[in-house]
Design a protein around this ligand. Structure first.
Ligand SMILES: [Zn+2]
Length: 331
């Protein structure tokens, strides 16, 4: 029924991917209930059109993408809250074509929570993720619900839907002549990052997930900024110079977004190191100092609550020296 196939670049054979799963993200301590979802006009991509759905502030501005081909629609990421998922679903339905597949970039809830609302009542739609993203979601989902349902209330989906099909690094899923290739990066913004490259009609769109917070403050609470910086450097060397990056938060751009993200992380780490002086935690006063410093660095950027939320995770990461302590502030 669903016109998709999975192939490995080295083996070249087609196979169905095995079944699969998800998790984790965002630190919302104080959420404004204002804000409405915005949507950008579609981008022409050869015979395919790319639509961007931008979540409301209450959904931490998480992006979801709809790639429209002649025969149907592919969605990348699924938003956080019930309200945003309903609006995303309305955008999908308004296009009047069948939803053929969904792709998840990483295991934070602001990218998979909305799957249940998006898929309810439809014929089965495959949800693709890397093996590691699937594992991350399934490992963390219950803990995330315990942590965040008290904050989000009815906006946290009662049941979450996990990936149904998983792939390994370099494997490709083809849907209506669009090839989606998965790239597995290991820990970084999330406990396990990945991104998808969609190729169609000679064009490539890179769905980079939260490896890039385009012009916004970053979620660093998983405490893997050392590996995150290494992944950014790897991407800087491997992505084509004319690649188009579609981030999990903030507007799309070119590969220069990678450099901007690296500068942000290096500045954040430097400020934490200066304030913490080797200690693995910051006091509330010290966190306020960090917020002031980073707000000055990235003026008028959104998601400022993330600055303080990630302070202890990065302080612990730096204190440990190896950058992989796993002492997240949001656990
Ligand atoms: Zn996110």
């Amino acid at each position: 029924m669903m016109p998709f196939a999975v192939s490995h670049p080295d083996r070249g054979h087609r196979r169905r991917a095995p079944g699969a799963g998800i998790v984790r993200c965002a630190a919302l301590v104080a959420l404004s209930l204002s804000g409405c979802a915005a949507s950008s006009p579609p981008t022409a991509s050869g015979p395919a059109r790319l639509h961007t759905y931008v979540s409301a502030e209450t959904g931490i501005f998480a992006n979801a993408y709809i790639l429209e081909t002649q025969r149907g629609l592919m969605v990348v990421d699924a938003t956080l809250t019930v309200s945003d998922a309903r609006r995303l679903r309305s955008r999908v339905d308004a296009l009047g074509k069948p939803l053929l597949a969904v792709f998840i970039t990483h295991g934070h809830p602001d990218h998979y929570n909305g799957l249940t609302e998006l898929l309810a009542g439809r014929p089965p739609v495959p949800v693709h993720a890397t093996h590691a993203t699937n594992r991350t979601i399934r490992e963390w989902d219950a803990r995330k619900e315990r942590q965040w349902r008290p904050v989000f209330g009815a906006e946290w989906p009662v049941s979450r839907t996990f990936p149904s099909h998983t792939v390994g690094d370099g494997e490709t899923v083809t849907v209506d002549q669009v090839t989606f290739t998965a790239h597995d990066l290991g820990p970084g913004e999330c406990h396990h990052d990945s991104y998808w490259v969609a190729r169609h009609a000679g064009r490539s769109d890179v769905f980079i997930g939260d490896l890039v917070f385009s012009g916004e403050h970053s979620y660093v609470s998983d405490g893997h900024t050392t590996q995150w910086l290494a992944s950014l450097e790897r991407l800087r060397r491997s992505l084509p110079r004319d690649a188009r990056l579609h981030p999990g938060h903030g507007p799309a751009g070119g590969v220069e977004l990678l450099d901007a993200q690296a500068r942000y992380l290096n500045r954040y780490r430097a400020e934490v190191a200066r304030i913490a002086q080797g200690r693995p935690r910051l006091s509330d006063t010290e966190k306020a100092e960090l917020v002031s410093a980073m707000s000055g660095y990235l003026r008028s950027a959104k998601l400022t609550f993330l600055i303080a939320a990630g302070a202890d995770a990065v302080a612990a990461e730096l204190a440990a020296g190896a950058g992989n302590t796993g002492h997240g502030a949001m656990r």
